[in-house]
Design a binder for this molecule. Structure first.
Ligand SMILES: *[C@@H]1O[C@H](CO)[C@@H](O)[C@H](O)[C@H]1NC(C)=O
Length: 470
């Protein structure tokens, strides 16, 4: 089952920094029936009509018979070898009496529409239909992404934005990959280029890829408004909808937040989650999007201070969110046993059911613990003071105020009260990082994790049935 190309692909993945392939979905191909107003590719008895005032670039793959063709004022056919048009006299068999068919207008399709892109981790994933789910901002090409327009196809995309340029790493058009800035500029300004790309902004290539193995911030926040203007959010029925960073809508499901350290590799971790969990039957309907985001930090959940990068894992399962929550717990369990090995410092989650991982420790949990400890001690002191005062009333021989103060002091400094200050977390030796035992088995795990990755041939790929984009 283990094929050589898969092993090579894995090696490539392990070494690669995180960047994604974004493929434009729509096309202006003659053979695509969705491009015709009658929902069918015209046949030999039909009259073909292109909107007169529109510019269009149309890829034609094979030869077609037509009765008549009305061409636009400006446009081009890109003919595959063997493609072309011929006229038949009279009625073509099987074509009926003939109709007038209009080529649909693709003028309004926008670069910044997340619904018009598909996301994949590798070119072969793109080919095999292994698409990734992403938050809206990341569905559109990011600064360091490779942009793909399908090989045998033409397109027309409106690149208007508030920025003068749209920088990406590379663009592939009609099977040719452009990664040199000047070469693509030449193509972009050519006649073909102007028919395919229109709008106020220029797409530029040659942007450096993401050099950080832990991932890069997409860079589309500046276009957030424009991206979200194309999205209609559905109404939700869950108790506590969540707001993922870089997303346009509230969601029902769960969000896992991962705080990472030096060794963390986003692409490897994404693969790990895919192979450990997403292939399981109970997680079949899950959509999971993982990206680095800049999240504004809050001190004790109230006072904001700065923004720090973290990994956001958005998990959706359609309506009720129970599978999302179960997967969030699975991810947390995995982090607890293998986190140090994966370069993960800490992970927590929030679910739209209202539950979260807070009770299970972490920094926030510790702060809450300390606050509660202090409150507990203060109330104990008050109770004791009250009791002592009652004692004063009940015991006539009770002496002066100074000995009363001494009693209070005894309560504060020594004795059983002192335990109120002790945080149980510090007392438990097993909560402290135990370097030798952690590293012994974990080093082995590191190897076995890589080997898990070597099981790259997995049911998802083989059965061709997973489409996380849904
Ligand atoms: C036809 O176009 C639609 C929408 O533009 C696209 O989703 C679909 O994949 C295209 N079909 C083919 C066979 O490329």
């Amino acid at each position: 089952m283990l094929k050589t190309p898969d092993v090579l692909l894995l090696l490539f993945l392990v070494g690669a920094a995180d960047a994604l392939y974004k493929q434009w979905i729509a096309d202006t191909n003659y053979e695509n029936k969705t491009n015709w107003d009658k929902g069918a590719v015209p046949c030999g008895s039909d009259t073909v009509q292109f909107p007169a005032q529109r510019k269009v670039s149309v890829f034609v793959e094979t030869a077609h018979a037509v009765r008549e063709m009305r061409l636009p004022a400006d446009g081009e056919f890109i003919l595959n070898s063997g493609a072309g048009f011929y006229v038949v006299n009279g009625q073509e068999p099987g074509c009926g009496a003939g109709v007038t068919t209009q080529f649909k207008d693709s003028e309004s399709l926008q670069w910044f529409n997340p619904a018009l892109w598909k996301v994949a981790a590798t070119p072969s994933d793109l080919q095999n239909g292994n698409f990734l789910f992403s938050v809206h901002e990341e569905s559109v090409p990011c600064l360091y992404d490779d942009v793909v327009f399908k090989a045998l196809s033409s397109f027309r995309v409106d690149t208007s934005s508030s920025q003068s340029i749209i920088p990406v790493k590379s663009v592939s058009v009609l099977g040719k990959v452009f990664d040199s800035r000047s070469e693509f500029f030449q193509y972009f300004s050519s006649r073909s280029g102007r028919l395919q790309f229109h709008g106020s902004s220029a797409v530029t290539v040659g942007n450096p890829g993401c050099g950080d193995p832990s991932g890069c911030d997409c860079g589309n926040s500046v276009n957030h408004q424009r991206i979200c203007s194309t999205i209609t959010c559905t109404s939700l029925s869950c108790k506590k909808p969540l707001v993922p960073v870089q997303h346009c809508c509230e969601v029902c499901g769960a969000i896992v937040t991962i705080h990472y350290a030096a060794r963390f590799n986003l692409q490897t971790y994404r693969e790990r989650i895919r192979h450990l969990f997403l292939i399981l039957p109970q997680y079949k309907s899950i959509q999971l999007g993982m990206s680095k985001v800049m999240k504004s930090q809050q001190l004790m959940r109230v006072i904001p201070f700065g923004a720090s990068p973290e990994i956001q894992v958005v998990i959706l399962d359609g309506e009720n969110g129970t599978q999302s929550e179960a997967l969030a717990w699975d991810i947390l369990k995995d982090v607890r046993s293998h986190g140090s090995n994966l370069g993960i410092v800490e992970a927590e989650f929030q679910a739209s059911s209202g539950s979260s991982s807070d009770q299970s420790g972490g920094n926030a949990g510790m702060v809450v613990g300390v606050v509660f400890g202090v409150l507990l001690v203060i109330s104990l002191i008050i109770i004791i003071v009250v009791l002592i005062q009652r004692g004063v009333i009940q015991m006539p021989s009770m002496p002066s105020l100074s000995s009363l103060r001494n009693n209070v002091n005894v309560g504060e400094v020594g004795g059983p009260l002192d335990h109120g200050y002790d945080n149980p977390i510090f007392d438990k030796p097993n909560m402290m990082p135990d370097i030798p035992t952690l590293y012994g088995p974990e080093v082995n795990n590191s190897i076995s994790m890589t080997q898990t990755g070597v099981h790259f041939v997995n049911p998802v790929y083989d059965e061709n049935e997973t489409d996380f984009t849904a």
